[in-house]
Design a protein around this ligand. Structure first.
Ligand SMILES: NC(=O)c1ccc[n+]([C@@H]2O[C@H](COP(=O)([O-])OP(=O)(O)OC[C@H]3O[C@@H](n4cnc5c(N)ncnc54)[C@H](OP(=O)(O)O)[C@@H]3O)[C@@H](O)[C@H]2O)c1
Length: 213
């Protein structure tokens, strides 16, 4: 299967949460980490998030200062076509691809649509289609459901997590890999490649082992 390299990047609190228990966005990254994420986005052909992140955070997923041609492609996984027409990912600052299911008939002004899989987006089909439009590496920024799904399918090559100096708490607060947890463990042995202090937090970068389902 031809697919882009997949690099997951997220920020979590020191108690392992990526947002509040109401799923509201929390600023976890230090200013130094924000700069690193900006550089990392510039090194990737595409940035991918799930529809949950679009609905809760409404991110624009662009690099400030880059024009439309130089910004990475924005990719949203949205099986049921729930991306609001006024979502920031649909603005004209970058190319946008919404990956949806075969049953979903919605189209959006400002986005190309890829249909991959029945019911829920099939990640392998989605990655093959993204490879087909020239995307060779992809940065998966969240949220927890989507990241878990990439791990469950053995489709993560690198995992980078910034650990911020805060406690968020809450048993229902999302974590970097949510989902039902049934298959993640067998597909995500990690090999630590880099660790460094970035402001008041720590950056950990891992290669993923055993991603060969
Ligand atoms: N700290 C960080 O680094 C960071 C980064 C990003 C987000 N966040 C936080 O994460 C939270 C959102 O995360 P979330 O887990 O609720 O949502 P999410 O992972 O962004 O999106 C999940 C949704 O994506 C859709 N999806 C489509 N295909 C999928 C597939 N193959 N596998 C999994 N999901 C698929 C599903 O909805 P359909 O079935 O309807 O398509 C699913 O419910 C927010 O609180 C946000 O603030 C934190």
């Amino acid at each position: 299967m031809n697919r882009p390299e997949v690099h997951v990047n997220c920020a979590m609190s020191a108690d392992g949460k990526i947002a509040g228990s109401d799923r509201a966005q929390v600023r976890i990254s230090s200013p130094e980490d924000i700069l690193r994420v900006k550089r990392m986005r510039m090194e990737h052909d595409a940035i991918l998030v799930g529809i949950g992140t679009v609905l809760y955070d409404d991110p624009h997923l662009t690099v400030k200062g880059l024009d439309k041609e130089r910004n990475p492609v924005r990719v949203v996984l949205d099986s049921r076509g729930r991306t609001p027409d006024n979502a920031q990912v649909l603005d004209d600052r970058a190319r946008t691809v919404i990956v949806t299911s075969e049953e979903c008939e919605k189209v959006w002004k400002g986005a190309e649509v890829i249909r991959a899989g029945k019911g829920r987006v099939n990640l392998r089909m989605a990655l093959e289609a993204l490879y087909g439009i020239g995307i060779r590496n992809i940065m998966v920024e969240g949220g927890g459901e989507v990241i878990a799904s990439f791990f469950e399918n053995g489709l993560v090559d690198e995992y980078t997590v910034f650990v911020g100096s805060m406690i968020i708490g809450g048993r229902n607060a999302p974590t970097p890999a949510d989902g039902d947890g049934r298959k993640v463990g067998s597909n995500a042995g990690l090999h630590l490649m880099e660790h460094c202090v970035l402001g008041d937090g720590v950056l950990l970068r891992y290669k993923v082992q055993n991603n060969h389902l």
